[in-house]
Design a protein around this ligand. Sequence first.
Ligand code: GRF
Length: 198
Amino acid sequence: MKQNKELAIGVLGSGRGSNFQAILDAIKAGNLHARIVCVITDVPSAYILERARAHGVPALYIDAGLSKTRLDGASEQRYIDTLQQHGAEVVVLAGFMRIIKPALLAAYSNRILNIHPALLPAFPGLESWKQALRHGVKLTGCTVHLVDAGTDTGPILVQKAVPVLDADTPETLHARIQIQEHIAYPEALAMLARKLHG
Ligand code: GRF
């Protein structure tokens, strides 16, 4: 039987990398026909680097320049070049704490995915689980979406709902959301893999 091509995923992350791990686990379990070709971080101490190296995934720190919220022009080009050199077809933002600018968006048009810890369009921006608690909503969740020029906008691919409990703290709610993130991201990528490679 003809084996379809694996989806070649480049991951950008700034932190713990639990979503990276969930995607890798889904690949290893045979639930996602893909390969993580590289992990790039803007934070040299990010745990995602250790996780990647432990699994033999090429893992790089690339300085993002002086801005705290975006990639400056030269570093953005280094990110693009590195992703392309590793053969990434799609870019997965897994806790990457910077805004994606037009050059990277154009290089990977409709092929950059993000996961957001709320049911968009509710609670865009930072620490959405705290926003959810402040507003007293009874239901929140996570959203995997394609990245466009806006902040946490772009077509929605997968959403998972999570109940907010009376006793929740920011930590307990975020932890419950993350359990669903780890299901949602591999699911969205499997959909994309089927769309791109049949
Ligand atoms: C997740 O909560 C995700 O929704 C947000 O950043 C966090 C990344 O966590 N965009 P991790 O680094 O994958 O553990």
